[in-house]
Design a protein around this ligand. Structure first.
Ligand SMILES: Cc1ncc(COP(=O)(O)O)c(C=O)c1O
Length: 439
């Protein structure tokens, strides 16, 4: 794609028949994820095209699953082979079994695996299986941590006016008030507070759930190790939500990358190869609660899903893992990510804009503040209006990303990187001018 081509065709506008239809039949005109002014037609490698033919370097990557790039020929072939032979059976199938085997081989905490269809479900069941195991109800989560959309998870993800710890604040209408008391909320990267909350609530706590890198905030040195120690000492299961980090930070996920092994983890995104598939994985004695024969009626956790272990998704996931297993895969991913992070950081510094580029090379973004960020409240110091304008300017320049994340792909090429750097330079210049001038 030439930089010029990216500016020739504008994004879909109101008045487009497809957008008008969306506005008529979808609440807010969207699927709920992004604004409805963007309608994507297709993707290949590290690029996507919208319905107007405008081309983007894609750092959204379907919100993460497309780590090896869109329409990767091997993933496509694996999925197509399954589609031709029947797409879902409810019963066990070879591809799901082999994917579970691959997860057990790769992920340090994974002795057993249970498949579901989304990361939200995986987190819901991970918390439920911790409750079944501990025979207690409360779960400790971190302010700003995202664990999907269940009533329990959607607490203190993005409170506008953060309350006092450990009180939970529901993020959505429709969540029963009574559930607030089932969640205990702690500040990320603050092991001392976690230790005192765990001591205080030990007899009510079923588990601690954490994103090992919370959104784009890396764990402070020693934080995950402290969490591991505190939970182990109190015999409370530690759950890593690896829906984002699984097979992305390393083949064994964040638990391999940071060197801290939880009792349970959840996986999603990458393991489904772009199809709906997610999983709970972990210690055999905890996972045994999914097995009535092992634990008996009273301790049994009922869990059924029509599409669980779907063969198309599992085959696409297996093909994805095959690609990731190849020598140099993660070195390439990290080299691309590092180059991008350093370049963005350098351009912002040159421009004298107070900003920090944070995250890890496969997943990062900028926060417009010069105050170091350790937790959710730190992110509130960021200039969100500047961020919004920067993202708009980048979209105009053919860069697609989520609100606060760049997902890097193995498929991003030198040309993609070059185009991205040009777009950053031009967008930063426009930010400094205070306008939204195109390049
Ligand atoms: C850390 C984390 N957990 C859970 C989820 C939920 O996954 P899903 O959207 O598949 O339900 C997400 C989704 O982005 C996530 O980032």
């Amino acid at each position: 794609m030439s930089a010029q081509a990216a500016t020739e065709v504008g994004p879909a506008r109101d008045g487009d028949p497809l957008i008008e239809t969306a506005n008529r039949v979808l609440p807010g005109g969207t699927f709920g994820n992004l604004a409805g002014d963007l309608v994507i037609r297709e993707g290949r490698g590290g690029r996507v095209w919208d319905e107007n033919g405008k081309e983007y370097v894609d750092f959204l990557l379907g919100s993460g699953p497309m780590l090896v790039g869109h329409a990767h020929p091997e993933v496509t072939a694996a999925a197509q082979a399954r589609v031709a032979q029947g797409t879902t059976f409810f019963a066990n199938n070879r591809w799901g079994i082999e994917l579970a085997e691959a997860i057990v081989a790769a992920v340090p905490c994974a002795e057993k695996v249970r498949f579901v269809s989304t990361g939200s479900e995986a987190d819901l069941y991970a918390m439920r299986v911790a409750r079944a195991f501990r025979k207690r109800d409360k779960i400790l989560k971190f302010e700003g941590g995202y664990h999907g959309m269940s009533d329990y998870s959607l607490m203190s993800l993005a409170p506008k006016r953060p309350g006092n710890f450990p009180q939970a604040t529901p993020d959505s209408a429709g969540i029963p008030k009574s559930l607030r008391d089932e969640m205990i909320v702690a500040p990320f990267n603050d092991a001392e507070t976690v230790a005192s909350l765990v001591r205080e609530h030990r007899d009510e706590l079923a588990g601690v759930i954490v994103e090992p890198m919370q959104r784009i905030i890396p764990p402070a040195p020693g934080f995950l190790e402290d969490l591991r120690r505190i939970t182990a000492e109190n015999e409370i299961p530690l759950i890593f939500d690896e829906v984002v980090t699984g097979f992305r930070f390393a083949y064994g996920g964040a638990q391999e990358y940071y060197g801290v092994v939880p009792d349970l983890c959840t996986l999603g995104k990458v393991i489904g190869g772009g199809f709906p598939l997610a999983a709970i994985a972990g210690r055999a004695d905890i996972m045994a609660h999914f097995d009535r024969g092992a634990v008996g009626d009273d301790a049994f956790l009922m869990q059924i899903g029509t599409l669980s272990g779907n063969p198309v998704a599992a085959a696409a996931g297996l093909a994805t893992l095959e690609i990731l297993k190849r020598p140099g895969a993660y070195e390439g991913l990290f080299a691309t990510g590092r180059e991008l992070m350093e370049s963005l950081d350098g351009l912002l510094q040159q421009a004298g804009i107070p900003a920090q580029v944070i995250g890890e090379p496969p997943l990062f973004d900028v926060v417009f503040t010069d105050t170091p960020i350790r937790d959710y409240r730190g992110t509130l110091k960021g200039d969100t209006e500047l961020m919004r304008r920067f993202n708009v300017l980048l979209r105009e320049r053919g860069i697609l990303k989520g609100e606060s994340k760049y997902y890097v792909s193995l498929a991003h090429t030198a040309d993609d990187i070059r185009h991205t750097k040009e777009a950053w330079a031009s967008a930063i210049a426009a930010l400094k001018e205070g306008g939204s001038g195109k390049h």
